[in-house]
Design a protein around this ligand. Structure first.
Ligand SMILES: [Cu+2]
Length: 166
């Protein structure tokens, strides 16, 4: 009986604790893969492969937004970051010295409340604005259903999920 209870709790724990590790290689002037799909609680592990030292800097348009920051080089080949609960749906990042050469990457975060694009805990006007700002474009911030275009379906998803994420 006690063994059964132990086994039951073991299986429950193992189904909850299914955090994954995603490896991204830092090559001369490229992150590979450039786009990764992750879940909250997953670890992203950047590994130095080649070239001069690289940074892993959170932010868009080669500008650090104050989020994660790490360096990978021959000396320190690994940087890891765990995706937090309040992560937005789309997290752009770049390598500071090589951003001008196009060394950028994108983290797409799968969350139960996927319509909450900015990750502030509720589906609201800001998320609606992200959809409207990306309208007709492939901007991942507004592409709620991830079909490659921001359109009426994304708008309906945001309106349909309006309110706090439970
Ligand atoms: Cu670099």
């Amino acid at each position: 009986m006690r063994l059964l209870a132990f086994m039951a709790s073991f299986f429950m724990l193992s189904s909850i604790g299914s955090a994954e590790v995603h490896v991204v290689g830092a090559y001369d002037m490229t992150f590979k893969p450039e786009i990764i799909q992750v879940s909250v609680g997953d670890t992203i592990r950047w590994e130095y492969v080649s070239g001069t030292p690289h940074t892993v800097s959170s932010g868009d348009s080669c500008r650090w937004d104050g989020g994660f920051f790490g360096v990978v080089s021959i000396v320190e080949p690994v940087y890891e970051w765990v995706v937090p609960e309040d992560a937005p749906a789309v997290i752009p990042y770049f390598c500071a010295p090589h951003c001008i050469n196009g060394m950028v990457g994108t983290i797409l975060v799968d969350r139960p409340c996927n319509e909450d694009r900015d990750g502030n805990g509720s589906v609201d006007g800001e998320d609606l604005l992200l959809v409207l700002a990306g309208w007709g474009d492939d901007d991942p911030s507004g592409d709620v259903d991830g079909n490659g275009i921001v359109d009426g379906e994304d708008l309906l998803l945001v309106l349909g999920a309006w309110g706090p994420c439970s």
